[in-house]
Design a binder for this molecule. Structure first.
Ligand SMILES: [Zn+2]
Length: 118
């Protein structure tokens, strides 16, 4: 298998996810400032509830982005270790088209389906 091709996919993905996380950090700090300003003008409960909700969505997104980043990094480690593309559950080769779609996949499609059904 051409792991260098997947290394490139993973590095692209890592750059993309890092940019998302960075953007989320920025938008979180901006919305906090805006909110404080708003509260000095008037105290709309509905507005601040919306702001809080938006911030929670951002945090959830940030958390899943960080999880994704972790998956991408461990896939890169598996490339270096020479274990990339092997299913962690059954030890068989993960189909290349699956890795093309999800380069950080740790399980073959059969094991993934089993895990999702459980
Ligand atoms: Zn498997």
């Amino acid at each position: 298998m051409d792991t260098e091709r997947f290394r490139k996919l993973l590095l692209d993905e890592r750059a993309r996810v890092s940019a998302t996380i960075e953007h989320l950090h920025e938008s979180n700090s901006v919305s906090l400032e805006e909110e404080t300003e708003e509260e000095t003008y008037d105290n709309h409960l509905a507005d601040s509830a919306t702001a809080t909700l938006n911030r929670e969505i951002d945090y959830t997104l940030e958390e899943s982005s960080e999880n994704l980043l972790g998956s991408v990094n461990s896939a890169l480690e598996r490339i270096d270790a020479g274990t990339y593309g092997t299913c962690e559950r059954c030890g068989r080769q993960i189909a290349e088209e699956r890795l093309e779609a999800i380069p950080y996949a740790t399980r073959c499609i059969d094991c993934q389906r089993l895990a999702e059904r459980a």
